[in-house]
Design a binder for this molecule. Structure first.
Ligand SMILES: [Zn+2]
Length: 927
């Protein structure tokens, strides 16, 4: 939990995975002299096709030239007078100062319908247990429950099982983190491969032995290096039901920070591997270690054809309440699923942990004595100071009696007389000795119990599905259906606390840089999969499959596996050690580079009209992407497009299923930029400065923004020129609000800058749809007003800091343990605030010592025009034990209800006052 520091980018865009555009800049061939000379190894035919098109465009340009010159004259007047544009072609400023764009009148498909926001008023599914109601019932008083510290004393009558014996299913397992203290590969080499190697021998020794496995990332790695005999032995164990694959995901995914795209991806990757190599489909979910549980998961598992699932890390007060009401097994229903067709049977483990001391029954001191890896002489022992004893003929009666007492007590918390007893821990069963210790000693206990009818128990090793099937059978229902009288629950299990007020909500925001990188990679994967599929389909149709690099598929697989790996509950959560984080970072960066290659290759093929001339050159990518990262922990550097009088081509890809109208910004080396659509239409361009610091603009690099209409799942090509005649290029108006006098600010030709001393008066930026108000003092957002709504909504952004406690337990990667309420972030001097306004976008950038925040609005119709793009870049490397938080204060009358989301998949509503012991959701911490 050591505090680490990061340079971080995060913002609204992080969660807009599905609306991510990829820019590709057409090759350097057009302007790189070195390559032009060596064009012998570049497809000349392609160049000539492009040249022809350029000539056509030049012609069109010429024809448009006169009209444009005319418009240019009129617009110069119009901008000053605020009159209505008679030509209707150019952006102009209306009387109230806002920019009005020429609009082609075609609809945008991403429009907002009034009903879109009415989901909250819809009918909710009927359930017995709604988690929000459960929270309001709980006192969170943390009373000492005796041997079961966080629970209560459990009693039973000895004759309770006389009619129906207790069925005990002991499920051996080993929890293998694909990266945590060690990297994935190191864990595999040091421990996990030995677990599998021993498994094939030790399970085969006795058909009554069972085991479960969940992380396919590890299993696939072992399988691919195992010889055919080991593979056959393993296959036999699986087909005979001795070894069960549970969940079958690439990892045991985190459920709070992960986006549902990636959660599904890692599940598909694991399931496809199992299907292809073993022909098996998992039936039950097993998630003992994620730090809280999302309602998205039962839905995904159900859709992946599973019928039951198990969870473990749930707030101890909820466990206690559910145990007391025998609600630990329930049907988990989606709040929005009125039809209840996606209900999932769920088992919640009752006690503190998934280790042996906390799984045989309520008393860890006793259960620990039945973890036979801890026999005297072992490196691990029992902290409760009573060691296990090997089972012998002399002690088996006494030992079986003691263990049965725990089994019976645990079973009192459930509705059936079927009991689940997990047997395992982290990286267990790596040594042959442990297999012998556990299986021989337990078998002796089972044999004794089963041969003594007066004990009224039937105990055995089992897989997870063996247990669930027995529960269904005991209740007389088909697998996956609701047993009579079992409760139905809706909601989720966040935030998790394992003891006292140790809320595991720190990890929601730990290592935000990598959380951002994860989303970037997911959007690239989505884009690459679409483009690759389109390109391969076209190549097949054109009979060019042999020329297309279909082997790019392996890059897609690598990326899916690396993203899958990163969904692990110590990866995306930010709870792994530094070296492991770097390992993940390198994997993610490697995959990002690979995906860009897939995208480039596919876009190259797709943009060429005459496919016959297509040639693929491994070493000469036809296109370049819009940014690159030097190392796994560096920020992306945007690619500069060097303009010339001949065109540079910009290919934009829209990975969403709707046509989009959006503002695209690229970096160019000339202020005389001219942008044309593919059919030769000149587009209005907003030219803005590229800033090297808060007050210093670059003299060589400019931002060129234009409005692009992009087809659904399609590519659009734009032509960029350095042109002395660029009448549609309009300069942004820039104002610097600076603290105190004396700083001399000057713009660089052709971008003038005005400056003024900061005052307390609020200031505004606006588009055709929105007016945003900002604090004159802080430069941060204060209000939002829609054009069609006279009501201004207060949305005040504040930055705050949390300290951590002086005690041993500090805020860290896992926990959020603030030293009290948040304190306003303050710095001695007022921030430099930059206000940029133009026809296509307006933005306010506030520069603080530890962060800079950009709030931007786009002057386009549809959703993009009604959205705020908020980007916060922070660097808190000079801080220790401090957390930086962003708070939104609004006057929205939503009562106690607060809406947030689960995995980008569904909306969650919550009532903060019931979470007085919990933590705010929007915390950007320094770990
Ligand atoms: Zn784990």
């Amino acid at each position: 939990m050591k505090l680490k520091k990061q340079v971080t980018v995060c913002g609204g865009a992080i969660f807009c995975v599905a609306v991510f555009s990829l820019y590709l800049m057409l090759d350097r061939v057009q302007h790189d002299p070195a390559r032009r000379q060596s064009a012998g190894n570049f497809p000349r035919s392609q160049i000539s096709v492009l040249q022809n098109r350029i000539e056509q465009l030049e012609q069109l340009l010429e024809e448009n030239h006169q009209i444009i010159s005319h418009i240019k004259d009129s617009v110069l007047e119009l901008t000053d007078t605020g009159a209505i544009s008679p030509s209707g072609h150019l952006p102009f400023r209306s009387a109230n100062g806002s920019w009005v764009l020429p609009f082609d009148g075609r609809p945008t498909f991403l429009s907002v319908q009034p009903l879109d926001c009415q989901f909250a008023l819809g009918r909710r599914s009927q359930t017995d247990l709604q988690m929000l109601d459960v929270y309001s019932l709980l006192s969170f008083d943390n009373v000492d429950g005796g041997v079961w510290k966080q629970g209560f004393e459990i009693t039973y009558e000895p004759n309770e099982w006389d009619d129906e014996p207790l069925q005990v299913f002991v499920v051996p397992h080993s929890h293998n983190d694909p990266g945590w203290i060690k990297t994935f590969d190191k864990y595999y080499n040091d421990q996990t491969q030995h677990i599998f190697n021993n498994m094939v021998v030790k399970l085969a020794e006795d058909p009554r032995r069972k085991f479960i496995w969940s992380e396919i990332s590890f299993f696939a790695k072992w399988w691919e290096s195992a010889d055919v005999h080991k593979q056959e032995a393993m296959r036999k164990l699986i087909l005979s039901g001795q070894l069960e694959m549970v969940t079958g995901g690439w990892v045991m995914t985190d459920e709070a920070s992960a986006h549902y795209f990636a959660m599904i991806d890692q599940l598909i990757e694991g399931h496809q591997w199992l299907e292809k190599n073993l022909g098996v489909t998992p039936r039950s979910g097993w998630a003992v270690d994620p730090f809280g549980y999302s309602a998205t998961m039962p839905y995904l598992l159900k859709r992946a054809n599973m019928s039951s699932m198990l969870i473990q890390r749930v707030h101890y007060s909820i466990k206690k309440h559910f145990a007391a009401t025998r609600s630990l097994e329930f049907m988990w229903r989606q709040t929005w699923d009125i039809e209840s067709g996606t209900d999932m049977f769920c088992h919640m483990m009752p006690f503190y942990s998934y280790d042996v001391p906390h799984t045989c029954g309520p008393d860890p001191k006793i259960c620990c004595q039945f973890d036979f890896k801890r026999l005297p002489g072992s490196r691990v022992n029992c902290p409760w100071k009573v060691p296990p004893r090997a089972i012998t003929d002399a002690n088996v009666a006494e030992r079986a009696g003691v263990l049965l007492d725990q089994y019976r007590k645990k079973s009192k918390l459930f509705r059936s007389k079927v009991l689940l007893v997990p047997l395992g821990d982290d990286f267990r069963f790596d040594k042959p000795l442990e297999w012998d210790q556990q299986y021989f000693n337990y078998q002796k206990l089972f044999d004794y119990m089963n041969s003594h009818p007066e004990m009224h128990v039937k105990a055995q090793f089992a897989t997870l599905t063996d247990y669930f099937n027995a529960v269904y059978k005991a209740n007389g229902v088909a697998p996956g259906t609701r047993p009579p009288d079992y409760p139905v629950l809706s909601g989720d299990f966040f935030a998790y606390a394992d003891r006292e007020d140790h809320y595991w909500s720190g990890y929601y925001t730990s290592r935000p840089f990598y959380k951002n990188l994860d989303r970037v990679l997911e959007s690239h994967l989505r884009g690459a999969e679409i483009l690759y599929s389109l390109a391969v389909a076209h190549a097949r149709r054109a009979g060019l499959e042999g020329r297309y690099p279909v082997s790019d598929y392996s890059l897609l697989t690598d990326a899916r596996r690396n993203i899958g790996l990163f969904q692990h509950h110590d990866a995306i959560t930010g709870t792994a050690k530094e070296a492991v984080v770097i390992d993940y970072g390198n994997r993610l960066l490697g995959s990002l580079v690979g995906l860009k290659r897939v995208i480039i290759n596919a876009a190259h093929f797709l943009v060429i009209k005459n496919k016959d001339i297509y040639r693929f050159y491994q070493t000469e990518p036809f296109l370049e992407t819009d940014d690159r990262r030097a190392t796994q922990d560096s920020l992306p550097q945007r690619t500069l497009i060097e303009l010339e009088s001949s065109p540079r081509y910009l290919v934009l890809f829209n990975p969403v299923e709707q046509e989009r109208l959006c503002v695209v910004t690229v970096l160019v080396n000339s202020a005389r930029v001219r942008v044309l659509t593919e059919d030769g239409q000149t587009l209005p361009v907003q030219l803005s400065a590229q800033w090297v610091s808060a007050i210093e603009m670059s003299g060589e690099v400019y931002q060129a923004s234009f409005m692009a209409r992009l087809p659904a799942l399609g590519l659009a090509v734009f032509h960029l020129y350095d042109s002395a005649d660029s009448p549609m290029t309009l300069r942004s108006d820039t104002l610097l609000r600076i603290p105190g006098q004396g700083q001399s600010i000057r713009g660089l030709d052709p971008l003038p800058v005005r400056s003024q001393t900061v005052d307390a008066q609020p200031f505004y930026i606006q588009s055709q749809s929105l007016t945003l108000g900002f604090s004159g003092t802080t430069g941060l957002l204060e209000s939002i007003r829609r054009k069609d709504d006279p009501q201004e909504v207060r949305v005040q952004i504040q930055f705050l800091t949390y300290g951590t406690r002086p005690s041993k337990d500090k805020s860290g990667a896992y926990l959020f343990l603030p030293d009290g309420n948040a304190k306003p972030y303050s710095q001695r001097e007022a921030p430099v605030v930059r206000v940029v306004e133009g026809p296509l976008f307006a933005e306010v950038v506030a520069h603080y010592q530890h962060f800079q925040q950009t709030v931007r609005i786009h002057n386009v119709p549809g959703v993009d025009g009604l959205s705020l793009d908020i980007t916060t870049m922070l660097d808190i490397r000079d801080q220790n034990n401090k957390e930086l938080a962003m708070r939104l204060v609004t006057d929205i009358q939503s009562g106690d209800t607060f809406y947030t989301d689960l995995n980008g998949f569904q909306v969650k509503y919550t009532c903060p006052q019931t979470w007085s012991k919990s933590s705010p959701l929007l915390v950007l911490d320094s770990s």
